[in-house]
Structures are given as C-alpha cells and as structure tokens.
Design a protein around this ligand. Structure first.
Ligand code: PLP
Length: 407
C-alpha cells in the first residue's frame, strides 16, 4: 500500500540510531538549518508548537490578539492559547488555501500583537499583502509558519526571511524530519538571544526515556512507511491502535504533548543533519510528482486541481472533490492500495472547543467548505502511476459527476 505521506529516511538516518549523539549535534543542526534557509540564526525546540509559544513569550505578549488562519494545523491555535493569548481566525482564499488578506485589516485593533503568516501545503504566503499591512501597522510582529513550506519563495523571495522570525515543524510528516522537533530561524541577533534565554529557562534537556523512545520511533518509521508493510500500519490506524500518533488533536480539549517542554533529542538532530543534505533532492522530487499529477488529472471531471506555483514546495498535493464523495473515494482507493490524505479536515473556529471559548470569532465560510472537500495525494512515492490509476478508477466507481463545488 502506498502511504499518504512518507518520511524520506534512508540507511544513513538509521545508522544514527547506533551512533553516539550529544548536544553538539543540536548546535550543528541549527547552524546547518540556518544556512540552508539563508538566515543568520536557527534555534531548535521540541516541537513546532513549542517554537511558536517561545516566539509569543519572548515578546511578553499576554492576552493579546494573534491573527492566524482558520485553515491551518490546530496545534498553532493551541500554542497561541497556551501562551496566554487569543487566536483571531482569518478565512482562506480559494486559490491557494492560504489566509485571505482582504479580511485581515478589519480584524486588526489596538490589542493585535502578531500575525502568523502561514504558507499552507507549501504555497508561499503573499508577502506583498503582508508588507502593505506592515506599512500601516509597523508594531505588529510577523511570524512565518513554514512548517509545511520550509523554503518556499513568493515572487523569488523566501517567505521565511520576511518578518521577525519563522518557525518550522520537524515531525515525520514534514518535508524533512528530526523524528519530532521544531526550529525557529531569524536574522535578528536580539531575537535569537531572547530565544536562547527562553530555552535555557523553560526547556529541559530530553530525558533518558525520551531519547530511547525517539530512537524506537526512528526505527519504526523507517520500516512502517515501506509499501510492503504499510497495510499493517493502516490496519492499526483503522483499529485505533495508534492513538495520538495518527490523531494528533482532540475536538474537545486544547492540549499539548507531555514532553512539549523537553528538548529535541541529539539523535533527532543527527537525523536532521542528514536530511538537510537531501533537502534539494526531496523538494525537486515532490515538485516533479506534483507536476505529473497535474498533467495526468487535467481532464478528469469532478476534480478541482491545486495551482502549480513557481516557488511552492508542495508539502501536499491537494485536490478538491465533492464533499459527499470524499470518504467513499478515500475508502475505495485504500482497498486498491493507495492511501489518500485528508489533511486539514477541520476549520479551527468551528471546532467545539474554539466555538465555545472564542465566541467572538467571525465566520470562515471558505475554510468550512475546504475542510470537507480536500484530499491529498502521496508525493513521496516511487509509483505515482499507480496513484493516478487507482484514483481515476475510484472516481468512475463512486460516480464522477461532482460538478458543483460548494464555492
Ligand atoms: C506541523 C505543523 C506545525 C507544528 O508542528 P509540531 O512540531 O507538530 O508542533 C505548525 N504549523 C503547521 C501548519 C503544521 O503543519
């Protein structure tokens, strides 16, 4: 079975299981990561969400409004709440799924402290729109969420370099991984020093248990995502045995993992260093497969294909289908050996816990529709042909006349 995502782990990463690793690996990973992203500094964290909490804490934001997309990973909103601040959600635009900047100005008030500018699915966020906001409101901080996009470029300009800092997630579903982990890049020495101070005061070194468990994860991830073994993982997932590993959020709770203040492990950092060497190859492979899908699916009725944008990094290849058929399609493809992804399947302001706690939030109708219409196709696969053939057959089988997208 072809998994919906797959980390690009090779034997070199597996070898790092058996090699000694120390905090020097973390420093080396930070230096190498900063260089790869063309930035002066990088500071590693246990998770991407911890990195965001750090950014909100070092500026002493307290009960401030933080603008973020409604259609993004829910852990972003969790991090804002955990930091003692208030998420303010902005609807998506239909073109590239990113935050629609035409709504942003009306949401800004004297209590607004920062904007989380997300490049979702690897589509570069509109830096021109951000600059227009910065001109009018120079005190508002801009934090780039590059967890999907890494080095995506908007009109040739790297999004991560724009604004005060960028944060990245490094779990196994991201473009490159440190098993679990997060990192911040910035060109400001002052911000870097504040981050290091925060990290010294608030983040513990990884415990012996965490170091051991992460090695086990690395070992498991290496095998679990092979086509020949993935059916078993899929079975475990369907039976609910993988728990928090596959379902990373809870509809009714705002919570963070127990170890969110326990540092990235040195073994994870060692893996990250090896991953950085392959970074360009990983990106160009994803782009090639995305282009292939766009060519092959161009004339299939009932699919709305994602844009191909120069500078995008394609963390996901996201297709829209009629909401009523989505799960049938996913089920049909799984039976024939291809797992489709269904990320992001919620609009955060409509999730129970956010609806109840943050009642002043405006409606986000586009993300409310996207959450039910999006599927994503495996991008790290040696057999994209099979993906196309299984998907097109499934389209025929479940009835392919999905002409009316809701928007
Ligand atoms: C994965 C992700 C994060 C945070 O990553 P964690 O390491 O899981 O905390 C942040 N934003 C987006 C858009 C993500 O997909």
């Amino acid at each position: 079975m072809i998994p919906r995502f797959r980390p690009s782990l090779g034997w070199k990463e597996i070898l790092s299981l058996f090699l000694p690793a120390s905090d020097k690996n973390i420093i080396k990973f930070e230096e190498k990561f900063a260089k790869k992203m063309s930035q002066n500094y990088a500071v590693a964290f246990p998770y991407g969400r911890t990195a965001l909490i750090a950014l909100l804490k070092i500026f002493d934001f307290e009960r401030k409004e933080i603008i973020c997309p409604s259609y993004t990973c829910v852990v972003v909103a969790h991090a804002i709440v955990e930091s003692g601040n208030i998420p303010v959600f902005v609807d998506s635009n239909e073109f590239d799924f990113n935050m629609d900047f035409k709504h942003v100005e009306s949401l800004i008030n004297e209590n607004t402290a920062a904007i989380i500018a997300t490049s979702i699915f690897g589509y570069p966020v509109n830096l021109g729109a951000i600059e227009r906001i910065q001109k009018k409101y120079p005190h508002i901080k801009i934090f780039q969420d590059c967890a999907h996009s890494f080095s995506a470029k908007w009109n040739g300009r790297p999004v991560n370099k724009h604004g005060d800092a960028a944060f990245f997630g490094l779990n196994a579903s991201k473009i490159i991984t440190t098993i679990f982990g997060g990192i911040i890049t910035t060109d400001s020495n002052e911000i870097r020093n504040k981050l290091l101070k925060f990290r010294n005061e608030s983040i513990k070194p990884a415990s012996f248990k965490k170091r051991l468990v992460q090695r086990l994860y690395l070992f498991a991830f290496y095998f679990a995502f092979k086509d020949s073994l993935y059916f078993f993982v899929n079975w475990l997932e369907r039976k609910g045995f993988l728990g928090r590993l596959s379902q990373y959020y809870d509809e009714i709770k705002i919570d963070l993992p127990n170890d969110y203040l326990e540092m990235m492990t040195p073994t994870g950092a060692r893996v990250g260093i090896i991953q950085l060497d392959k970074y360009e190859a990983i990106l160009s492979n994803r782009e090639k497969i995305a282009e292939y899908y766009s060519r092959e699916l161009a004339n299939i009725p009932g699919l709305k294909l994602p844009p191909m944008i120069s500078g995008a990094t394609y963390s996901h290849y996201v297709v829209r289908v009629d909401a009523g058929f989505r799960w049938k399609l996913i089920d049909n493809c799984i039976k024939n050996g291809v797992q489709l992804g269904w990320l992001i399947e919620y609009s955060i302001p409509e999730m129970k816990v956010y609806r109840e706690r943050f009642t002043s939030n405006v409606k986000c109708p586009i993300s409310f529709i996207l959450k039910d219409e999006t599927i994503n196709l495996p991008l790290n696969t040696s057999n994209p042909k099979k993906v196309i053939s299984v998907l097109t057959k499934a389209m025929k089988r479940v009835g392919s006349v999905y002409s009316n997208y809701s928007v």
